[in-house]
Design a protein around this ligand. Structure first.
Ligand SMILES: NC(=O)c1ccc[n+]([C@@H]2O[C@H](COP(=O)([O-])OP(=O)(O)OC[C@H]3O[C@@H](n4cnc5c(N)ncnc54)[C@H](O)[C@@H]3O)[C@@H](O)[C@H]2O)c1
Ligand SMILES: [Zn+2]
Length: 379
């Protein structure tokens, strides 16, 4: 696995560095245990000593890790100010952006300032959005602290907030200047949030790298125990897939769509349950089980592949209860903003490590797949 990772030769040789080459900006995802404490070192080539960095974060992250990051930044950037924001899906609103922006102005942030988005996907999405519009755009460094954010949301430059009428409907593309991933911060993540991230990791195994899938199959105990060395390896492998896909297709016109594996049904389930019952990753877990059924129904994959996917998702469960009306899910799928002419496109596994985009899934197969989720949940 390590053979495909790039290791730097000079001063930062303890770090794994994975390049992202998006059309609008190239940057690195830096991964290392204890990286928070060496944040100055990781950023020194990007921002001169004395640059003003503002840490935007949430209460739990500040409580557990705020001091560690500030200490790591102090060497080059002095005592960085911390701006706290509430998180959770309900905090992902434009009003929040405005409030944080006012705090930045009050603390005399200017066009040379840098936002450090330090938290889960919500802080990353809001902080990234803010950076993209604050004084017409300032740099953002993503320092993700949930597994979902470390393997997914912090990389790729998608930012956004929710509207009453739907999720992520306002947003920008704003690539970070750097992404700093310290797997040690996951030690304080609530169990449910952690497992939710595992389902996103699984996604990368199915779409591109069977080694990720096998690691999750074979090392379940260590994964659940959050073994540091294993996590570093797992996260690096996932980031590599995301980095490759984003580098090939920054704006999600073609290849980037494969990242939606498990998300087509997943998003519909999240929306149908009002974003209250399922964490995002859990919805993706259910979505992958549905995709396994659809893969079989459309003969995109064989039975063994479908069973392995179902088996792996279930082994990291149990997923929260689910009771949805298949017809309502179908309706959401055909009216989704990403569908073309009312025909939902599904990313389905051909085998572990390779997917196809299928737009010929019969409605009855979709209804059946959702009904199966209800049955599984009731078991
Ligand atoms: N931009 C993208 O490409 C992209 C991709 C996937 C998901 N997302 C977005 O990400 C959001 C979900 O992000 P999330 O799953 O990270 O949830 P989250 O940001 O809501 O964080 C979950 C909770 O964990 C807490 N927390 C974070 N790190 C912690 C730590 N190390 N220790 C203890 N507590 C910690 C947070 O304060 C929060 O209460 C969704 O809004 C989703 O739309 C964006
Ligand atoms: Zn996701």
């Amino acid at each position: 696995l390590y053979s495909r990772l790039i290791r730097s030769s000079v001063t930062l040789d303890f770090l794994i560095r994975i390049p992202v080459k998006a059309a609008s900006r190239s940057y690195e995802v830096v991964i290392a245990r204890g990286l928070l404490g060496r944040a100055s070192q990781a950023l020194e080539e990007l921002f001169p000593p004395g640059a003003r960095l503002f840490i935007v974060t949430s209460k739990p992250v500040r409580k557990h890790w705020g001091a560690a990051l500030r200490k790591g930044l102090r060497k080059l950037y002095g005592d960085c100010e911390i701006i706290e924001m509430p998180d959770g899906e309900r905090a992902k609103r434009l009003a929040r952006l405005e409030r944080v922006a006012d705090k930045l102005v009050a603390r005399k942030a200017d066009r040379q300032s840098v936002i450090v988005a330090f938290g889960g996907g919500v802080v990353g999405d809001v902080g990234g959005f803010l950076a993209s519009v604050f004084m017409r755009g300032i740099p953002v460094v993503q320092v993700p602290t949930t597994l979902v954010a470390q393997v997914d949301s912090a990389i790729g430059g998608k930012t956004g907030v929710n509207l009453v009428s739907g999720k992520n409907l306002l947003g920008t593309f704003h690539q970070p200047s750097s992404v700093l991933v310290d797997p040690d911060v996951l030690s304080t993540l609530p169990e449910r949030e952690y497992r939710s991230g595992i389902f996103e990791a699984m996604k990368y195994g199915v779409i591109r790298n069977p080694e990720i899938f096998e690691l999750l199959e074979e090392e379940r105990e260590k994964v659940l125990a959050r073994d540091g060395a294993l996590l570093e390896k797992l996260i690096a492998a996932c980031v590599q897939v995301k980095a490759d896909v984003v580098s090939a297709d920054e704006r999600e016109s073609g290849e980037r769509r494969i990242l939606n594996y498990g998300h087509t049904v997943g998003h519909a389930l999240e929306a149908e349950t009002g974003y209250k019952e399922l964490l995002h990753g859990e919805a993706v877990g259910w979505g992958m089980i549905a995709a396994a059924s659809l893969g079989q129904a459309t003969q995109t994959s064989d039975k063994t592949t479908a069973q392995r996917i179902r088996g792996l998702v279930e082994s990291y469960g149990p997923l929260p209860e689910l009771k949805v009306k298949p017809k309502r899910i179908l309706k959401r799928l055909t009216s989704d903003k990403k569908t073309v002419g009312g025909v939902p496109h599904f990313v389905l596994a051909k085998t572990i490590g390779e997917v196809a985009i299928v737009n010929t899934v019969p409605e009855r197969a979709i209804l059946r797949a959702v009904e199966e989720l209800n049955e599984l949940a009731a078991r």
